[in-house]
Write a new protein. Structure first.
Length: 219
């Protein structure tokens, strides 16, 4: 876990594509896309079917490691509005137990808008905590500090003839975009124009490694 400051608050960035906010004992995650594989299977495209289980394994591990008492999921937690209904009984039971034990907040994303119900927790379009807005997609017109997801940023580099791709955070003085945590989520190049437009001037790719944060200015 790498100490990281944003908008006057102290966080810990996790290499597993999550953010821990010690002051609120909260684990922030984005773009879980539960039941993505089952959605694609309905159209004849078969992906490894255990994506929800694998994603939940990561969340449970991070909750235990950080001692979090809250999980705030920043949208697209399910791949579609019917995703929660397709959870296997085992995954549903585990997820329901977690949401009952923790302060679990589901921020609505574009994929899971219109969902009838979630396995526990509470749902909001956006939330404000300590002067920072939590939402699914960054609002470039809002000058207030915000933490969001949506873009699945990945840093892609060419090193000594090898192409390297790694999930990353993208931040500026007032914006912070989390990488996607979901097991089957892809990624958009951190330097893509849509990400830089959303983050604004000073956009930087942030990669937590061991005990330090690697920073790559995006131009």
């Amino acid at each position: 876990m790498v100490p990281f400051s944003f908008a006057g608050h102290d966080f810990l960035a996790l290499p597993e594509a999550a953010l821990f906010w010690p002051a609120h004992s909260a684990l922030l995650v984005a773009d879980l896309h539960f039941e993505k594989a089952s959605w694609f299977s309905r159209f004849g495209q078969f992906l490894p079917p255990h994506d929800s289980q694998a994603t939940l394994d990561i969340i449970e591990t991070l909750v235990e490691r950080t001692g979090a008492s809250a999980v705030w999921s920043l949208g697209d937690s399910f791949h579609d509005a019917d995703g929660a209904a397709r959870l296997s009984p085992q995954v549903r039971e585990r997820l329901t137990a977690l949401t009952a034990r923790l302060d679990w907040l589901w921020i609505t994303g574009n994929h899971d808008a219109g969902m009838a119900q979630t396995p526990g927790g509470r749902r909001m379009v956006e939330a404000e905590v300590g002067g920072i807005w939590l939402r699914h997609e960054a609002d470039p017109m809002d000058p207030r500090p915000e933490i969001s997801g949506h873009f699945h940023p990945k840093l892609r580099l060419s090193l000594r003839g090898r192409h390297v791709s790694r999930r990353c955070f993208v931040g500026s003085s007032s914006k912070l975009i989390l990488p996607a945590l979901g097991a089957l989520t892809g990624g958009l190049d951190a330097g893509h124009g849509e990400i830089r437009r959303a983050v604004g001037p000073g956009a930087t790719a942030l990669v937590p490694v061991a005990d330090r944060m690697l920073r790559f200015p995006l131009r």
